[in-house]
Design a protein around this ligand. Structure first.
Ligand SMILES: Cc1cc2nc3c(=O)[nH]c(=O)nc-3n(C[C@H](O)[C@H](O)[C@H](O)COP(=O)(O)O)c2cc1C
Length: 219
C-alpha cells in the first residue's frame, strides 16, 4: 500500500510556544494513528523560515502564460516552483496557523501569493478563475486568542471565507477547519489545545479519514 504523503505547513512566529503548531501536532498524531498506512510528512515552517517578499520578476510573471514567464525570468521563479511542487506531491495538506487580525497571518499570505499562480495552478475562464491542481483533503488547524468562530460572531471572520475562496481558486475545495479558539482566556493554553484537539478528533476524524481514503482510491 502506498504511503500517504502529507504536507504540514506551520505559520506561527512563536516556535516552541506556538499553540497552532501544538494543535496541528495533536491532529496529526490522530491521523497517523488511524490512517492505516505509512505517513510521509514534509514540513514547511513559515514562522521560523519566512518566505521572501515576492519579487518584481514573480509579479511580472503572473501576467504571462507559464512558459513565457519561465523564458523571460529564468531562475527567478524558483520559490514558487518549489512550493507548488511540494503542494502537488501531497495527498493531504495540513495548515497549522493562528488567526492574526481576523484573518491569516502574513507568513501564510506570502505562501498563498507564491502558490496561486496564473497558468500554473489556476486559469482564467469566462466563468472566472478555475483551479488546475487536483483536489485533495485540506485540514486547517487554527487557534485564536479571542472568541473567533462563535455564533453569533464576536469577531469578524475573514479567515475561513478567505481560505475557502483562495484555496478554491487553485482547485482545493475539500477544506476542513479544526478550531481551537479563546486561548487568551486559558491559564494552560497547551492543555486547552489538547482538550480541543481530542474533542475535534472524536467528532470529525472519521469524516476526514474517509475523505483521504476516498481520494487515494480514486487516484
Ligand atoms: C498580530 C496578532 C494578531 C492577532 N489577532 C487576533 C484576532 O484577530 N483574533 C483573535 O481571536 N486572536 C488574535 N490573536 C491571538 C492569536 O490568534 C492567539 O494568541 C493564537 O493562539 C496564537 O497562536 P500561536 O501560539 O500558534 O502563535 C492575534 C495575535 C497576534 C500576534
Amino acid at each position: 500500500m502506498n504511503a500517504l504523503r502529507l504536507l504540514l505547513i506551520e505559520c506561527s512566529p512563536r516556535g516552541d510556544k506556538a499553540t497552532s503548531s501544538e494543535f496541528g501536532r495533536h491532529l496529526l498524531s490522530a491521523i497517523t494513528a488511524h490512517i492505516g498506512r505509512e505517513v510521509r510528512i514534509t514540513e514547511r515552517n513559515l514562522g521560523s523560515e519566512p518566505l521572501p517578499p515576492i519579487s518584481a520578476a514573480y509579479a511580472e510573471s503572473l501576467l504571462l502564460p507559464a512558459e513565457e514567464g519561465r523564458a523571460r525570468f529564468p531562475g527567478q521563479l524558483g520559490v514558487s516552483d518549489l512550493l507548488i511542487a511540494e503542494l502537488e506531491a501531497a495527498d493531504l495538506l495540513v495548515i497549522a496557523t493562528p488567526v492574526h487580525n481576523f484573518t491569516v497571518p502574513a507568513t501564510l499570505k506570502a505562501w498563498i501569493d507564491y502558490v496561486v499562480r496564473y497558468d500554473v495552478t489556476f486559469k482564467y475562464t469566462p466563468e472566472g478563475k478555475v483551479g488546475l491542481l487536483h483536489d485533495r483533503p485540506t485540514l486547517i488547524a487554527v487557534t485564536s486568542g479571542g472568541a473567533m468562530f462563535s455564533d453569533p460572531p464576536a469577531q469578524p471572520d475573514f479567515f475561513r471565507p478567505y481560505l475557502r475562496a483562495v484555496l478554491g481558486v487553485i482547485g482545493l475545495h475539500d477544506v476542513t477547519f479544526a478550531q481551537s479558539p479563546g486561548l487568551t482566556f486559558s491559564s494552560e493554553p497547551f492543555a486547552e489545545v489538547e482538550r480541543q484537539a481530542c474533542a475535534w478528533t472524536e467528532s470529525h476524524l472519521d469524516q476526514l479519514l474517509r475523505a483521504v481514503g476516498g481520494k487515494l482510491l480514486s487516484q
